[in-house]
Structure formats: C-alpha cells, structure tokens
Design a protein around this ligand. Structure first.
Ligand code: AMP
Length: 443
C-alpha cells in the first residue's frame, strides 16, 4: 500500500514524501479512506502510530478539493475544520504537522492555546483560518469574546478524547459542540477505550467507522525495561548515579507531581546534571524553551509530569525513567512508549520504593509481564522503612526514611517484588485507578 493508492492529492503526497514517509502506517491505511468517504470515525490509536497524519491528510485533501468558501468581509472568517486536543504541546505539534503536510496547498491553519497572549491569536483568526487546532479552554475564551467563528465547521476532530475527559474538559467540549453546525463530519480519536468515551461517541457520532490499531507492544525488543527497588529518599541519588555512570543523554524523567518535578530538577542541578521541568504550572515560554533544548540535544534531562509529556513526539529517545511510578498503569505504557520508537533501541528504567510495590503489581498485570526488581550496589534497601500509612485512601506526607544501607547490599542482585505493600494498599482502598490528573483548564 502506498499513499497514492489511498486517493490523496499529489500536493499532499509530495509533502509527505519530502518528509521521508514511504508508506502509510496501519492507522493511516484504515482511517484515510474512511475519512475521505465523508463518514464519522471512532479510532483507537496511541501517539507514535501516525495517528495525526491519519486525520490530517484526508482533512487537508477534502478541504482543498472543496475550497469554495466565500470570504465574509463584515465578520470573522469561518473556520472549516476544528481540531480539539488536550494539551498545549500536543496542539502545537498537530499544527506543525498540518502546516508541513499542507505546504503545497492554499489552506491556512493556526493554533490557539492558553498560557500565551490572546491578541496575536485574535489577529490570526481575523485574517482567516481554514483549520484551527485548539485546546478547549482557550477556544471558549475566544468564543466568549466573539473572536472565532465556528458557524461553518465542516469537520471536527477530537484528538486524545480520553485524555480530554480525564482532564475534566467534558463541559467545555459540550459547550463547544453546542455551537457547531449540526451537519458536519466527526472524527474521535482515543488511546484507551472507556465508558466515558463510549458515552461521548454515542452522543456525537453518526454510524461511525470503527478502527482500533494494535497497541504498541511494550514488550518489543526495542525497549529494555528495568526496575530498581530503592528507598524513597535514595531515588534522587540513584538517578544521578545512573545518569553519570552510564553517561546518559536525552533522559526523559517522569514524576507524579509538578512539585516533585521542580524538586527533582533542583536536586539534579545540585548534582551538576543539567535538567529542566515541563508541567502545567510552567509558563508556555518555559515549556517551549525546555522542549526545544531537549529535542535539539542541548539538555541532558527533561523532567515531566504525565500530562505535560502527553503526545510529545521526541524521536528516538534513548532513556525514559519513571522516577515515580504512575498511579494509572496505562500511563506506564504511554511513558515508556517514548523510547525505542521506529526501531531505535531504548531503555525504560523505573525506580520503585516500598510505597509503590502495589503500583508495580498493577503495571505487571496490565503488560502481562513481570518486571523483576533489581537492587543496585550501594543503594541497598533498608528493611526498616515501611510503606507510608494510608488514610482516607491517600498516603500521608513522605516521612523521613532512614539513609542506612543494609548489609549485603553491595552486590547487584535480583529480588522478587514484595507484595506486602500491594495488599496493604488494596485493603485500605488506595485505588490506583483513581484519576490523578489536575482539573486546571488550559487557558
Ligand atoms: P503520531 O502518532 O501522529 O504522533 O506520529 C508519530 C511520528 O510518526 C511523527 O513523528 C510522524 O512524523 C511520524 N509518521 C507519521 N506517519 C508516518 C509514515 N507514514 N511514515 C513514517 N513516519 C510517519
């Protein structure tokens, strides 16, 4: 199968060929003809599968072959295709793709998201835009100010719809849907199917084509997964040790919280390891700067929360570290999927303390693969450190753990995961599936 067999215009094929795409990915082979046929689509695909091109290419084709929209001299030019996506980074990335794939077409596109001045966005929208990529919060701001015209939207794309729901965007999405013209094509993309997605799809889509491409196989040979058991207070030292000892570069480190990300950056800098953080409390400028430096290979370590890292396309990343294990086991799959892409070798390392053994068990269950815990020489476990007590389903603040090393921990050895924490946590109702995502809107 080639791109020309899919019915795309020569201008689009030229653009993707120049980008080095030789053949469509499985999601593209299935989604492109379905979208070109004009019907609704419900597609399950994760970042890294080529999903952005799977909706962008046919969308560009359709808009360019039916480009008879009259200008509207008295008001704001109407948007023809609206792409909603949960995070600023993802929005910027999609817009970049739209721009690249459409470089030989006469369509105009722009991106709007929160955290930056709204005025340049207004000027862009006023000048006329065919394809708008937006985060829901900022789009609503424009709608309230009357600076965007959605009265003639022909195609709506909800990208990473499951993440938008997790982030609490459902009300914003419903408000936006209510404004759109009834007659339109809807494309809904999700990474993980859930009842909430089912409900959204049922209310939104009209007899959709359903596609689900295989999940990335996290046990692929290209990703080596390692897990180290370590006392919670020694995690930062172990991370610094691994980075320095093995001379790691371009390391993406995940923490569970924004505070944890900032604290770790400070600690790594103290250890003379160059690191920056990206998370929701950082200004858009700081996030863009950190990401650009990291992508260019000028930053050794990028520390990120799950949401900030969502959808980041950083190719051929050699090292991903779970400094904290994620509460939601699916996030483990998303996180480590950042490495070992496109056949490149990658390593995913998890640092697991006694409080996280139950999370490890959940991950093992999901990936159907045991992750044996190693203890690294010099970072032995202090058996006196117990899991933090759980009250009302939440762990208490971290307690100062002992910094001692146990005897006999000087040699690297394998141990089996200790399940006591898992059972204790389950009994106390520490549901690891509880959503940990912030509800802050991306304005
Ligand atoms: P996505 O899943 O949309 O985030 O895409 C992941 C990466 O795959 C991006 O860097 C795209 O540029 C790249 N990509 C998308 N489609 C193809 C293709 N057909 N051949 C090669 N690379 C592709």
């Amino acid at each position: 199968m080639s791109f020309s067999n899919l019915g795309l215009s020569n201008e689009i094929i030229r653009a993707v060929t120049e980008l080095g795409y030789t053949k469509p990915t499985p999601i593209q082979t299935q989604a492109i003809p379905a979208v070109l046929a004009g019907g609704d689509l419900l597609a399950g695909a994760q970042t890294g599968t080529g999903k952005t091109a799977s909706f962008t290419l046919p969308l560009l084709h359709q808009l360019s072959s039916n480009n008879n929209v009259k200008s509207n001299p008295t008001g704001w030019m109407p948007i023809r295709a609206l792409i909603l996506t949960p995070t600023r980074e993802l929005a910027a990335q999609i817009q970049e793709n739209v721009h690249d794939y459409g470089k030989y077409l006469k369509l105009k596109s722009t991106v709007i998201f929160g955290g930056v001045s709204i005025n340049p966005q207004k000027r862009q929208l006023k000048s006329g835009v065919d394809i708008l990529v937006a985060t829901p919060g900022r789009l609503l701001d424009h709608l309230q100010q009357g600076t965007v015209n959605l009265s003639r939207v022909e195609v709506l794309v909800l990208d990473e719809a499951d993440r938008m729901l997790d982030m609490g965007f459902i009300r914003d999405i419903r408000r936006i849907l209510a404004i759109l013209p009834k007659q339109r094509q809807n494309l809904l993309f999700f990474a993980t199917f859930s009842d909430k997605i089912k409900e959204l799809a049922a209310g939104l889509l009209n007899r959709p084509t359903m596609i689900e491409v295989a999940r990335r196989n996290v046990t692929a040979d290209t990703i080596a997964q390692r897990a180290y058991q370590v006392d919670r207070d020694k995690k930062r030292h172990l991370l610094a040790h691994l980075i320095k000892q093995d001379d790691w570069y371009q390391v993406l480190v995940f923490t569970r919280t924004k505070y944890g990300a900032d604290r770790l950056v400070k600690q790594l800098n103290e250890d003379r390891i160059q690191a920056l953080a990206i998370h929701g409390n950082k200004s858009q400028g700081a996030r863009t700067h950190a990401l650009a430096k990291f992508k260019d290979g000028k930053l050794q370590v990028l520390v990120a929360t799950d949401i900030a890292a969502r959808g980041l396309d950083i190719s051929e990343l050699p090292h991903v570290v779970n400094f904290d294990l994620p509460n939601v086991p699916e996030d483990y799959v998303h996180r480590i999927g950042r490495t070992g892409r496109a056949g490149a070798k990658g390593e995913a390392v998890s640092l697991v303390c006694v409080d996280e053994l139950h999370l490890l068990a959940d991950i093992e269950k999901l990936i159907k693969q045991p992750l044996s815990l190693e203890v690294l020489a010099g970072f032995g476990i202090n058996p006196d450190i117990k899991p933090e007590p759980i009250q009302n389903g939440r762990r208490q603040k971290p307690q100062p753990g002992g910094d001692q090393e146990t005897a006999g921990a000087t040699a690297k050895r394998k141990t089996t995961p200790r399940r006591s924490g898992y059972k204790a946590a389950k009994k106390s109702g520490d549901s690891s599936s509880a959503s940990h995502y912030g509800k802050k809107r991306d304005r």
